[in-house]
Design a protein around this ligand. Sequence first.
Ligand code: DC
Length: 238
Amino acid sequence: MMADSKPRLRPVIAIDGPAGAGKSTLAAYLARRFGFLNLETGAMYRAFALKALQNSAPLDDEAELMELAGSTRIVLQPQQREGNRVLLDGTDVTRRIRDKDVAEAASRVSVHGRVRAWMVGLQRALGAEGGVVMEGRDIGTKVFPDAEVKIFLDAEDVVRSQRRFFQNVASAEASASVGPSQAEVLAGMRERDARDRERASSPLHPARDAVHLDSSSLTLEEVCSQAEALVRSKIAGG
Ligand code: DC
């Protein structure tokens, strides 16, 4: 049960799954279609990981990380078009948190139970009134186990790493830099997947009542339209 069991006025749509499955795109689409706020919880772990890197905090020291958490303020600002603007202690870190060192650090800070408990509290407060599409790894299992709609979006790791690789190529072209190779992206993704799935605290797994969508051989349009139909079927009058 939720700690705060006040009834919500509007639904929560939970989208979970591994990196590169298309969660962010799907979440942004559903948020637009239903007029909901789109909240990327991975960005919160990334912002905290950046804070840890900036402060040279050991990523495996839970007590030290929690001390740092006490002086950390993370704000997610849902945007009209896609994604969230992310503020860390008042500074815009939206771009910086997408870098490889931050992704790696986020995967490491998110294994700690107390870090997760802190994040879950923030996330429940953000979604307390409903009317949100929240995406992450544990939304349907832990953050909002009573979410009205739960989607577990998956895809084969080779497909997910290809998508990430092409996203990286596009952003590297924009910044005239050189990104990691396709094999490096796949290796990094497998390592983070394993950490997400095998950690003791809230490992990545589908909620019992989640609807599975596999995007390996679907187009983006197909994923979005299947998910939209599902949401309409679950939310009366949606
Ligand atoms: O979705 P993402 O790649 O931005 O997530 C960054 C890291 O945060 C990833 O290693 C998994 C972790 N994460 C998590 O443990 N729980 C969430 N709800 C969201 C992300």
